[in-house]
Design a protein around this ligand. Structure first.
Ligand code: GDD
Ligand code: MN
Length: 386
């Protein structure tokens, strides 16, 4: 399998000779080429690479004059590559070239994407300070949660794919992001991803191009990938809004009970939850899942099924409320004090969160596709409202 190693560069003149040397050593005996994709660097990186290519036939240069940017450079590099496999590696030697042959083996053993990873056993971020670690953790968690990527190091800029896979998804790739790996993983729809550990090294020469703008671009990229993937649709946001309104109504009804009636126990909690539940159903029905709108009798039927499905969560929250209120507010003095009102309301708040969490866990266990969708006719495959 012929390997093309693509290295995007912007002002890396001092690093390129070291990089070429280290890649050559790491890939001894393996058919490969090294493609330096330079955005017409002011420090003449492209010219340094050109000199190297005069004595080293494995080195090629792509000097880009327009559409600058890391993501776009990598896409162009992969496109110009001649290998069966294409790898992307930073030029500043922060990515350890010595794992390249191992990465290639993993691809040959059946992986579709192989990632150089700092967050699997044996890998590390080197001597990063706590703030840099925290930033990276936030960025990583965001990608994992919102995109559902099963990568320990989705932020990696060091990875390997088959060129034919890349060519297939190329029309869908957006080169604006710094994180081209995320872009590729989001479009490739494969579970055959392998992470190979390495230790992130300090930059050899020069400085990082990671700026505030790049970070903004990153979150924009996540947002774009999210809204086009199945994991996160407009419907999801709408469901979250409906749930939020439900919580508000729940606490509102509870407050009315506590203020103007003498019912302060589990019954108040249960009625508040029932009211919120009815509201949820109505809003789900008319707003969130318009295509499955229930009419006439079906409405009652649909409501009863929805009620049944949420019943366990409501039972949990009602019991939890009784327990909390009993435990914290049993002091007679408290019962008369103005704090008792807020105390009870807070107990209800926590109890409701517990109930929601319980219902959610139950749904996952039974693998119900979606709490509300289950009982609506012809659920839309694609969200109708945008
Ligand atoms: N052609 C081109 N055009 N190359 C660029 C550009 C550009 O606009 N911007 C950066 N590069 C090149 C750099 O020259 C370097 O080789 C590589 O892309 C990474 O840029 P750095 O500035 O060193 O980024 P970093 O070290 O902060 O972050 C890198 O490592 C992280 C950890 O793997 C990036 O690869 C991140 O994507 C990655 O998360
Ligand atoms: Mn770097």
């Amino acid at each position: 399998m012929r390997l093309s190693v693509i290295s995007p560069t912007l002002n890396e003149a001092k690093n390129v000779p070291l990089l070429v040397e280290q890649i050559g050593r790491a890939l001894r005996g393996i058919d490969h080429e090294i493609l330096i994709v330079d955005d017409n660097s002011a420090d003449l990186t492209w010219s340094v690479a050109k000199e190297l290519s005069a004595t080293n036939p494995r080195v090629r240069i792509l000097r880009r004059m327009e559409n600058p940017g890391l993501g776009a450079a990598v896409i162009d590099g992969f496109d110009a590559a001649t290998g069966d496999a294409v790898a992307c590696i930073d030029a500043d030697l922060q990515h350890d070239p010595s794992i390249l042959s191992h990465m290639l083996e993993e691809l040959q053993n059946g992986a579709d994407v192989v990632v150089g990873s700092r967050h699997v056993d044996g890998g590390s971020t080197g001597n990063w300070n706590i703030s840099r670690r925290f930033q990276s953790w936030i960025a990583t968690k965001t990608a994992q949660l919102l995109l559902g990527v099963r990568l320990k190091d989705p932020m990696s800029g060091y990875f390997l794919v088959r060129r034919k896979d890349f060519s297939e998804i190329k029309p869908d790739l957006d080169g604006k992001g710094f994180k081209i790996l995320l872009e590729i993983v989001a479009h490739l729809h494969t579970t055959k991803i392998k992470e190979v550990p390495y230790t992130f090294r300090p930059r050899a020469h020069g400085e990082s191009k990671l700026s505030g703008k790049v970070i903004l671009q990153y979150f924009h990229q996540i947002w774009r990938l999210c809204s086009s993937s199945r994991h996160f649709t407009v419907r999801f946001i709408k469901s979250a809004i409906v749930g939020g309104i439900g919580l508000f109504i729940n606490l509102g009804v509870m407050a009315i009970f506590l203020k103007s009636t003498s019912i302060l126990d589990w019954r108040a909690s249960a009625i508040a939850s029932l009211a919120a539940n009815l509201q949820n159903y109505v809003l789900y029905n008319v707003w969130t899942y318009v295509a499955g709108f229930h009419t006439g009798f079906r409405k009652l039927d649909g409501y009863l099924s929805y009620l049944l499905m949420s019943a366990s969560g409501m039972v949990v929250s009602t019991i939890a409320y009784s327990v909390f209120a009993g435990a914290f507010l049993h002091v007679p003095l408290m019962q008369q004090s103005p704090q008792a009102f807020y105390g009870r309301l807070f107990c209800q708040f926590v109890a409701v969160l517990l109930g929601i969490r319980f219902n959610y866990a139950l749904n996952r266990v039974f693998n119900w596709p979606d709490l509300a969708l289950l009982h609506l006719e012809a659920p839309p495959k694609v969200p109708i409202l945008r």
